[in-house]
Structure formats: structure tokens, C-alpha cells
Design a binder for this molecule. Sequence first.
Ligand code: ZN
Length: 385
Amino acid sequence: MLNFSYFNPTRIFFGEHAIERAVALVPEEARVMILYGRSSAVKYGVVSELRSALKKRWMVVFGGVEPNPEYDQLMPGIDLAVREGVDFIIGIGGGSVIDAAKFIAAAVGYSQDPWTFVMDRGATIRGALPVGAVVTMPASGSEANNRAVISRRSVGIKRAFMNDHLFPLFAALDPTKTFSLPPRYIGNGVVDTYVHVLEQYLTYPVGGEVQDRLAEGLLLLLLNQGPKALEDPYNYTVRANLMWSATLGLNGLIGAGVPQDWAAHRAGYELTMLYGLDHAQTLAVLVPAMMDVRREVKREKLLQYGERVWGMKEGAPDERIEKAISLTRNFFEKMGLSTRMSGYGVHDFDVDLVVQKLEEHAVLPLGEKLDIDAEVMRSILRRCR
Ligand code: ZN
């Protein structure tokens, strides 16, 4: 096992009345900004539930945060927060809204253009307003981690930044709040969570058996409960397990002390910026292609994954690896995602353009062994068509 330090200060409130219980952590005299994305947060009553739980506290609302939260759209939110003296931010939604809340929270007291701390990956953040997260779309794990992802279309960049000041103070997880999610969001959430686990698991062995067993447990859970969430949308137990697995998939626990990959995420950001794919769609396309091209680098872990997650104990190793890759692809498709760019109507997929963007944004080489250079990336992307 590798050396590590593990820190996670976010207090989780899970289950019934999670919002009401969590809001007790907001000071009575706080000036609260409520952030949300889709109008469904209003339609299904989550905004009003939060407002009534906040009782007499002062509050202002900033709605309409888009998926892949956008720098230019959030700047007025920062101005509003500064003008009104906001000192507590609560985001209602999934990763996009929670990330937007973190961005505004860090930007309010920051002396320069906040794009600076996005570009330096959070290194110059010195503080942030306290953030609360009310999760209605489980996937990102942002409710209990120190990272956020912001996009800026005018310069074609989508980028993750991290800093320990960005851990939310609390996360309210009420599985009933996910009942109204359309199937596309459920499919995306399950695939995103599955890939968060793979990014921290499918690398090379370092004797981190605790981390491996936790990761394998989450993967098995997702394989089992993901399809059930689509078939039976009002099943509380299924939704509760998916919600908790999304948090545990990216709260730092399973990745502490083991190598991490994240190549699919980094390359996926470019596919979202260039072709407008949902985050999870980019992962569904890239992950099988990366497993295919990097099967030698990942050989031992691919065999372990095949055996412990897919129950493959017999047959030649190369055949088992081949089968593990195709079963992973089938699972993503079963969750309603295509695993090819053409499946999203992208018939002019430009491999060289994607590589050019990755080079411009200085993200290559990628992978747990930094083995993905421009040439390897080209062969991965050629398999995505
Ligand atoms: Zn993700």
C-alpha cells in the first residue's frame, strides 16, 4: 500500500428529513445563497423545502446553473454574493450545481479573477465560504470531496481544481429526492460512479487489499442495482444504495494509498467541450477503448477485475481480459448509454483535433504510469468512433 493521508470533514445526513437535519448547521444569522440548476428543483419542491427548513434566516436564490457549469454564467452569481454579503452557500442538485457552489464560495474572497485558481488547479485558493450540498442527482461525489470542475466555452476549457477549503460542511442525502430523475440521468449517474471507482481501482496492484475490496464491492453493487433503478424508479432501497455508493466512490476513501488513473475523465472533458456529450457519455465511450489499448499496462488488475467482479476464473488470461472489456461495454449500454461516438450522432469525430486540444491544455501524458502520450491517445480515440 502506498503512503497516504486521508481527510474528510464533510458531515453526511442521510435519509428522511436529511435537509431539515443538515440545515441545523447553518448559523441563525447566516446570509444564505441557494443555488440550483434545472427547474425540477422548484417543481418537485426541494427549493421550497430548503427555504422552509432555513426558517427566518436571510436568503437569496440563484437558479438555472447549467450542466458543465460555465464560468461566464457564474460570474453574476459571484457579484450577487458579494453585493448581498452572502456568507453561506447551499447547492441543490448534482455535481454541476455543487461544483458551482464551490466555485462561487472560493471566488467571493479571492483577490484575482477566479479563472486563475481554476487554471492553477486550486493551488492559490486560501479560503472559501462554507458550502452545503443537497443532493438530488447522485454521481459526482462532489457533496463530500474537495474538488470541482468548471468550464469556460469562450476559451474551450473544462478543468478540475481541488483544495481542502472546498469540502462541503454538510451533505444532505435523501434518496426520495432522486425518484423524479429521468432515466437518462440515472444511467449517467451509475456509469459516472462506476468509472470513478475504476479510475482508482483499475491500475496496478500495490497490496491495497482494503481499497480493492471496497472498490470491488461498489462495482458489484452498481452492476446489480443500476439496472434495478431504471426498472423500479420508486424503490427506496435501490436509490439509497446508489446514492451512498456515489458518495463513497469519490470521497477520497477508496483512492487513498493506491495509484489513480483519471485519463478517461481528462480526455472526456475535451469530448464534452468539442462535441457536447454528457460527462458520463464521454466515459462510456472512452473507458472500453482505454481498457483495450492499455491491456498490457493494466494486465494484473484487469484479470483481478474479471475474476472478482465478473466471476471469471477459467479460460486463457487474454480471453478473460477480452471478455471483461466487452462485459463492461455491455453494462454501460444496458444503462442506456452508447459506447461509440457515432451513437451520439458524431460521425465526423476528429481524433487529431482531440489530441491537439489535449496538448494545448498541457494534460498529456496521462494515466497512472503516464504512459498515454499523443500516439497512444490517438489509438484510443480511433477505437471510439
Ligand atoms: Zn466523473
